[in-house]
Ligand binder design. Structure first.
Ligand code: 13P
Length: 252
């Protein structure tokens, strides 16, 4: 049985005060939720205060990025050690915006994942194909390469601390969600890959989230799919009402 996860990726939005306001609203409105794990990922500058406000609550705090070294001459970077220090329990790696805008490749993403695991932080590893890759019939190859390289030298035991997020790039911030069937097809494929790379237990236990224009209006259909274990929400996670409704998805 995989416990669902609903995660909100706030991207580059909100001041510290605005982040605290949203976090505190969610803390109150979602206090009764026990059957779903809830994670929010504010900007770096708000992480410490938000983690403090949510300490002891049912909402975990994730960073959106990290650098794979603990300390050193790496101007402008933030390490897993420092994220743990301010109360983060999770970190997103491999988001398509980091791959596309900042040129991050699988090897770097793999190094970040390993550095996070070494600090006992949980990793939300994003993968996903572009529209061009999908239309060119390369979706499965792209997902296979991303998963294999990003999870290189990560053990079956470490997979307990890895959450996958399938985010088709063409569905991110476009309002164009993958259909329930398209998402399920990709998730089932990813679970099959995990079985081959690790074992049936890892494949069965790993949570695979869907991301890309998840809204209150489409979450229920997505969450009804067998291999969709949660969602990674961008735009709709910035509004307390929408995110709360997504957390309280209804699976018929
Ligand atoms: P949107 O929900 O805004 O499409 O963003 C998805 C995403 O990138 C979450 O990481």
């Amino acid at each position: 049985m995989r416990k669902p996860i609903i995660a909100g990726n706030w991207k580059l939005h909100k001041t510290v005060a605005e982040s605290l306001e949203l976090a505190n609203t969610l803390k109150t409105s979602l206090a009764g939720t026990t059957d779903t794990e809830i994670i929010i990922a504010p900007v770096f500058t708000a992480l410490g205060k938000v983690a403090e406000a949510l300490a002891g609550s049912n909402i975990a705090v994730a960073a959106q990025n990290c650098y794979p070294e603990a300390t050193g001459a790496f101007t402008g970077e933030v390490s897993p050690l420092l994220l743990k220090d301010i109360g983060c329990s999770h970190c997103i790696v491999g988001h398509s915006e980091r791959r596309q805008i900042f040129g991050e490749a699988d090897q770097f993403i793999n190094a970040k994942a390993k550095a996070l695991l070494a600090e006992n932080l949980k990793v939300i590893l994003c993968i996903g194909e572009t529209l061009e890759e999908r239309q060119g019939g390369k979706m499965y190859d792209v997902l296979t390469t991303q998963i294999k390289n990003s999870l290189k030298d990560i053990s079956a035991a470490d997979m307990q601390n890895i959450i996958l997020a399938y985010e088709p790039v063409w569905a991110i911030g476009t309002g164009q969600t993958a259909s329930d069937e398209q998402a399920e097809e990709a998730h089932a494929f990813l679970r099959g890959l995990l079985q081959g790379m690790f074992d049936p237990e890892v494949a069965e236990a790993t949570r695979i989230l869907y991301g890309g224009s998840v809204k209150p209006a489409n979450v229920d259909g997505l969450m009804a799919q067998e291999d969709i274990d949660g969602t990674l929400v961008g735009g709709a996670s910035l509004k307390a009402e929408d995110f709360s409704r997504i957390v309280q998805f209804k699976c018929s």
